[in-house]
Each structure stands twice: as structure tokens, then as C-alpha cells.
Write a protein that binds this ligand. Sequence first.
Ligand code: C5P
Length: 256
Amino acid sequence: MRVAALFPAAGLGLRLGPGTPKAFRTLAGHSLLQHAVRAVCADDRVDRVMVAVPEGNVAETAADLSQLVRVPVSVVAGGVLRQDSVANLLAALDPSVSHVLVHDAARPFVPVSVVGRVLDALAEGQIAVIPVLPVVDTVKEVTGGRDSGERVVATLDRSVLRAVQTPQGFSLEVLVRAFAQLPPGLAATDESSLVERIGVPVVAVAGDQLAFKVTTPFDLAVADSVAVQPDAFAAPPPESSAAGLASPTTVGGDSP
Ligand code: C5P
């Protein structure tokens, strides 16, 4: 396996409020992007790092990250949508790469155990792997706009729902094929949904609360606390039960 870790980090982070693009906000003296790159590279099966950032940040990011990790780093300009940024990363990939991890720069504290579970599943022959967590809230489907008032259509069975994290792992061939068949105008929130669209089975492994995404000012405040003592929040190893998701569980696709 030759593994490239791809980091879409070109979002402006508008939900965080005005200021520096999200990936460059700092926690405990390091940017979200620096934390995220270091966290994923803690698994030494990662052979190279590729990052998509806003156009104006390309040169400084390349210089900065090259000093941070032991593997080669390439930096490209991102695009308008997240999938445009990932497409730019795929276009710049060295063809010797066999597998990719796609990790949100906005998830700075993903534990190496999560990266390891995704890579283990790929090494065992899976071609699309996502880390997930059980959903703790009751989830409703609604109709109508927020302004006009929403009405509840249904209460979903949360025992079969999962919240999806990153890094998501793919064989390069599968992810390239999914992007080649992307219909114009579809805005995806993750890569596994694109792979599901082309009928590829996606398997789930256990995620971790520490892999939370920084989206709102509240998340940034939580991340500030975690940055000071991440080990205090480390989860125990998952059980090998279905709820623990220690072993891969198929969540989509046509065939095993
Ligand atoms: O906006 P959201 O938090 O869902 O973004 C997830 C990740 O995708 C972030 O790391 C963000 O920087 C990245 N992104 C990107 N290019 C965009 C939009 C988002 O690389 N155009």
C-alpha cells in the first residue's frame, strides 16, 4: 500500500465568523491544519501529504508543513466547493499512490487509533472505509423552511444511524472513478457519499469523539480546551460489538 493523506483545507469557515480561513485559526500555538496533519501522520503508513488551501496561502503552507512532518508535502490551491478542492488534490497525485485518506483540516484532534482502524481495513482489502459514531440525539426528519416553521415528518430510528467523521479511506482507483462520474451541480459533504453513488460498498469502523469537526465558535472554544490536554479526553478502545464498530461494517453499496 502506498498511502497519500489528502487534506481539503480551502474552506473559508464562514460559520466561525469573520477572520482568518478556518484551517489557519490557531489552537495552543498551532493551526488547525498543523494539528490535523500531525495527527494523521502519526500513523507511519502515511507516505505523503497533500493539502488544498486558499490560493493566497499555498507558498507559506508548503514551507510550514514541510518542517512539520517526515514525509513529502505538496500544496495546491483549493476550489469553490469541498469536492473541487479534493478534485484538485487528486489531479496532482503521484500515480504510484494506491490508497488515499481524505481528512478534514477542521478535525485537528483525530486520534491515531482512528487513522489506524481506517488503514487496517484498507490493508485487509476494503476499498472504501469511514469512521463513524453512534448518534446520541433523537433525530427527526422535517419539512418546511426555518422561517416559515418546520413540521416533523418522521422520527428516525437512531439505532441504525451513524455520524460520519474523517479520515475516510479509499483505493485511489475507486475515488478517481467516483469523481469522474460526479454530476454537475451536486455538492457533496463527504467523499464516501460519492463512492456510494457509484455502487461501491462502504464499510464503517469506530470513530472517536476527539475527531470532532470545528465548525462554530462553540466548537472552537471546545477545541481550545482539548488542545491543552488532549489525552484527558482519550476514549477507551472500542468493544468488538456492533455498537463498538471495532470491525468493519458495510453501510452501503451493491456487493460485499
Ligand atoms: O465547511 P466544512 O467544515 O464542512 O469543510 C470541511 C473541510 O473541507 C474543511 O477542512 C474545509 O477547509 C474543506 N473545504 C475545502 N474547500 C472548500 C470548502 C471546504 O477544502 N471549497
